[in-house]
Design a protein around this ligand. Structure first.
Ligand code: SF4
Ligand code: SF4
Length: 111
């Protein structure tokens, strides 16, 4: 299990517009649970899919509360991609390095 504390990080919620993609099951779930607030804040994303809208600071529109700047405001209803993202994974470390939260690991050399 990762020792990283996501509430002190939030790096994976800072992405280029259109890249935090919404799944079909997210859409069905939000429709079923009447989360019109979430459905109303989606933008066109890559691969002809919908994506979370990004806020003015470059993070997902649902990122941060007054008490916890890196908390997810829709945590219980967040997207599948957010649920599946693994703290401590190589991509997590890459995003953290992009945000200057840790040094970038040197790429493995081939051959
Ligand atoms: S980048 Fe990793 S540590 Fe940071 S919030 Fe995302 S999963 Fe957690
Ligand atoms: S829905 Fe929550 S966890 Fe997912 S990208 Fe947005 S703020 Fe981050």
């Amino acid at each position: 299990m990762s020792e990283l504390n996501c509430l002190e990080c939030g790096a994976c919620c800072f992405q280029r517009p259109g890249t935090i993609l919404i799944s079909e099951s997210d859409l069905l779930r939000w429709k079923r649970t009447e989360r019109h607030d979430i459905l109303a804040q989606l933008d066109e994303g890559h691969f002809s899919q919908l994506a979370f809208r990004m806020g003015p600071h470059g993070a997902c529109i649902h990122h941060g509360t007054d008490a916890e700047p890196h908390a997810c405001r829709i945590y219980e209803a967040r997207g599948d991609v957010c649920r599946e993202f693994e703290a401590g994974s190589p991509q997590c470390h890459e995003f953290r390095a992009d945000r200057g939260l840790e040094p970038r690991k040197p790429r493995a050399r081939r051959g």
